[in-house]
Design a protein around this ligand. Structure first.
Ligand SMILES: Nc1ncnc2c1ncn2[C@@H]1O[C@H](COP(=O)(O)OP(=O)(O)OP(=O)(O)O)[C@@H](O)[C@H]1O
Ligand SMILES: [Mg+2]
Length: 348
């Protein structure tokens, strides 16, 4: 018989403040009340995962059988989606039956919220699985995040827009995010509100881009950040006034952080992209270190917001990882590193 773990849920703790988004959180709550499947869509780095995790936390007590977050960015194989969910729910393997059937049976009488985070690359598999499972599980709610909708009938899609761009009074959530992160980095720093507003506008209010730009405050003033971003964007659009797409804005922001890294940090970033979840310094050393990468500049990468430190462990956001992976491929090291990562996982 399948069985669950005793604790009800696995909502990760948030490691930084959440800025704004009250209206979105309320809207998500309403949609969850109305539909078995709610999907948050939007460009990379806009804050879909943050909203999903905060929603999960808010609903901890509303679902008798718990709130469960399944992080899917690492799962490349859609056929294993059901296994991934079952593992998080603590369901024992039942290899003889199709996983969708096992999940449907298990969930039939459950009252739980399932967050499927980062479905982008598994949209078809997720849709097929939920089409089978949801009709049998009337008290289960699914909150998905994905750059595109799953395409199921009854799915409620909520497009997440970037944080409100600053108005004339330099207010708005984007400015608040910049200011909060800046003060966390350099307490007591005086910021020119006009320049902050300009940076936020240039970065289209995309939270990840803003967080990366803030890191430059160690070496540059906000005015200098604004000027350099402006130059860079002007260069990209050939000096025309055409705004960049948001995707391009974020890529540029990530690329700028990349240029800021030392050669050793860049190499470590690229190599660490083979880790899909959390890892510690020992894992990083075992997989990434060699004659070319003698030091292990993890702190340098944390400083630049490339790595997120959680106690003694580290992780990377998907967009940052994708960029590193692309770099790794260009270095011709992808196969070797994937193998080293796999062998490390197998090590006793
Ligand atoms: N409202 C917010 N307040 C504070 N920080 C935010 C907010 N929204 C997003 N962030 C921060 O911005 C970064 C990107 O957010 P998040 O990972 O949620 O984006 P995403 O839309 O899920 O991106 P992806 O499509 O790559 O998965 C994270 O560091 C997150 O903590
Ligand atoms: Mg995400």
């Amino acid at each position: 018989m399948a069985e669950t773990r005793t604790h009800r849920g696995n909502v990760p703790a948030e490691t930084s403040s959440l800025v704004g988004r009250r209206a979105e959180l309320d809207e998500i709550a309403v949609l969850i009340g109305r539909s078995p499947l709610v999907t948050l869509t939007g460009v990379a780095g806009v804050g879909k995962t943050r909203l999903a995790v905060r929603t999960a936390d808010r609903h901890r007590d509303s679902f008798a059988d718990g709130v469960w977050v399944v992080e899917l960015s690492a799962q490349q194989n859609g056929d294993l989606l059901g296994h991934e969910i079952a593992a998080v729910l603590g369901l024992r393997e039942q290899a003889v039956r199709p996983q969708a059937e096992v999940l449907a049976d298990f969930l039939a009488d459950k009252r739980l919220l399932l967050v499927l985070d980062t479905c982008d690359h598994l949209v078809d598999a997720a849709a097929a699985l939920l089409r089978r499972v949801l009709p049998e599980a009337p008290h289960v709610r699914v909150l998905a995040t994905s750059r595109r909708p799953l395409g199921l009938p009854g799915e409620r899609v909520l497009p997440i827009e970037p944080l409100a761009a600053p108005g004339p009074g330099a207010t708005g959530a984007a400015v608040r995010l910049f200011t909060e992160r800046a003060h966390a980095l350099v307490p007591g720093l005086t910021l020119d509100p006009v320049a902050v507003a300009q940076v936020c506008r240039l970065l289209d209010g995309i939270p990840l881009a803003i967080e990366l730009a803030v890191r430059r405050l160690r070496a540059l003033s906000v005015q200098q950040i604004a000027e350099r971003l402006d130059d860079r964007f002007a260069l990209l659009v050939g000096g025309s006034r055409t705004p960049l797409g948001r995707h391009q804005t974020l890529r540029t922001a990530v690329g700028w952080s990349h240029e800021l890294c030392t050669a050793q940090e860049r190499l470590l970033w690229a190599r660490l992209s083979v880790f899909t979840g959390v890892f510690d310094a020992g894992d990083a050393r075992a997989v990434c270190a060699d004659g070319r990468l003698t030091g292990l500049p993890l702190c340098g990468l944390v400083d630049k917001s490339i790595l997120i430190a959680e106690g003694s462990r580290y992780r990377m956001l998907g967009t940052i990882r994708d960029y590193g992976r692309e770099w790794l491929r260009r270095l011709g090291e992808e196969d070797v590193l994937v193998r080293r990562h796999r062998d490390h996982g197998r090590a006793p």
